[in-house]
Write a protein that binds this ligand. Structure first.
Ligand code: PMP
Length: 411
């Protein structure tokens, strides 16, 4: 039905993490703490420009680069480096991987969704329960005819993975060509990843049922501090399911790569989408369609982030400096996990807090209720998502005792 009056459109709420940051910025309380947004902060609560990235900026400045348009698919040198970072140089050069530069990880997810909806026509997309909230919005907007179904992921009673539930849902409800979104590592928001043995079983099911895999990889390096180790699941799926001899090849596989977090390039919006096609299929038609969607939406991607990433990854010395930067971020977050757990225990806070230390990546799924989260905000000026997700990078040696005391209080 046509809209008669623009004023009839309902007002929609801001996404929670953005609304929280806005509320935090308005808050004049001196000891306020932002544990809402998934961005890295240093031990003084400040944004951290990675030293390797600073160096690359200087190099680019001295090169007096121009500002011409990129090709629609993006900068080919950047794409080779980004692809090899995910898949390894051995796998990366395979002909059945097609790569396009995107507007960060969100743009990669969006492009994957629009491609699937328009070309693959799956009945359902399976999304982990819970997940990054934008997965729902992206698929709602880009693929309105695809039914969004949740697969069990988090089990509150064990604060762990509901692996049996996840596998049973895919086994019983997914049909050939359906899409399944998998978080490659450092699952957002739970901080819980499948083990290697569990990944192998997931791969077997998605291959046997000929599903279409969408790996979302936004935190490569944040799970272990090692970007190769964090790409294990993606490389395993590629090597076993897409080998010519495999009888378990899925319909296809996208990998949505964000370089926002591991390069600290949040606002530069840099990422890539990689499509893996079964070896019997030519990738040319799929690539042409992806290129056409990019042309319609953004014409061609943006330059600066691609130049930074390519400059860092192309230079052996800078690359190892960057790997050290990633390790520093991952280790600092690991360190505050331990600090928070110890502080909570020191205060005799009721409950078992070992999950805070055991969970992986940037977030902890604390188990706090939405009412407790609300009280933390109203009474203690501590901001986190209402589902109990805490972005640990907002914690540091100076505020961890305050946060632990506040949690003790709301419990
Ligand atoms: N996927 C997941 C799971 C995320 O957590 C995020 C960032 N919050 C993204 C994708 C997208 O990140 P960006 O668009 O900033 O690269």
């Amino acid at each position: 039905m046509a809209l008669k009056n623009l004023g009839d459109l309902p007002v929609l709420p801001l996404p929670e993490s953005f609304a929280l940051t806005a509320a935090y910025n308005e808050d004049s309380f001196p000891n306020k703490v932002n544990l809402g947004q998934g961005v890295y902060r240093d031990n003084n609560c400040q944004p951290w420009v990675l030293p390797s990235v600073r160096k690359a900026e200087e190099t680019l400045h001295n090169q007096q680069v121009n500002h011409e348009y990129l090709p629609i698919a993006g900068d080919s040198k950047f794409l080779t480096k980004a692809r090899d970072l995910l898949f390894s140089p051995e796998i990366g050069s395979s002909e059945n991987i097609t790569s396009l530069q995107t507007i960060a990880g969100t743009g990669a997810n969006h492009l994957a969704a629009i491609f699937c909806a328009r070309n693959l026509h799956p009945k359902n997309v399976f999304i982990s329960d819970p997940t990054w909230d934008n997965h729902h919005l992206i698929w709602e907007v880009a693929a309105p005819n695809v039914t969004r179904k949740l697969y069990p992921y988090y089990e509150p009673s064990t604060r762990g993975l509901n692996f049996e539930g996840m596998l049973a849902e895919l086994e019983n409800s997914a049909e050939e060509n359906d899409v399944v979104i998998l978080h490659a590592c450092a699952h957002n928001p739970t901080g819980i990843d499948p083990t290697k043995e569990q990944w192998k079983k997931i791969a077997e099911v998605v291959g046997r049922k000929k599903l279409f895999v969408v790996f979302d990889c936004a935190y490569q390096g944040f799970a272990s501090g090692d970007t190769d180790a964090d790409a294990w699941a993606i490389r395993y799926f590629y090597s076993t399911l897409f080998a010519e001899s495999s009888s378990l090849t899925p319909a296809g596989m996208f990998v949505c790569q964000s370089l926002s977090k591991n390069f600290g390039l949040y606002g530069e919006r840099i990422g890539a989408l990689h499509l893996v096609t079964p070896s019997s299929n030519s990738p040319e038609g799929a690539k042409a369609h992806l290129v056409q969607f990019v042309r319609a939406e953004i014409s061609c991607p943006s330059l600066f982030g691609a130049r930074i990433v390519q400059t860092v990854l192309d230079d052996a010395e800078l690359r190892s400096k960057w790997q050290e930067d990633v390790r520093i971020m991952a280790l600092r977050i690991k360190g505050v996990r331990t600090l928070l757990k110890l502080e909570l225990e020191k205060l005799g806070t009721p409950g078992d807090w070992s999950h805070i230390e055991q969970q992986i990546g940037m977030f902890s799924f604390t188990g706090l209720s939405s009412a407790q989260v609300q009280e933390l905000k109203e009474k203690h000026h501590i901001y986190m998502l209402s589902n109990g997700r805490m972005s640990l990078s907002g914690l540091n040696e100076s505020n961890v005792a305050y946060v632990a005391q506040a949690i003790r209080d709301v419990l």
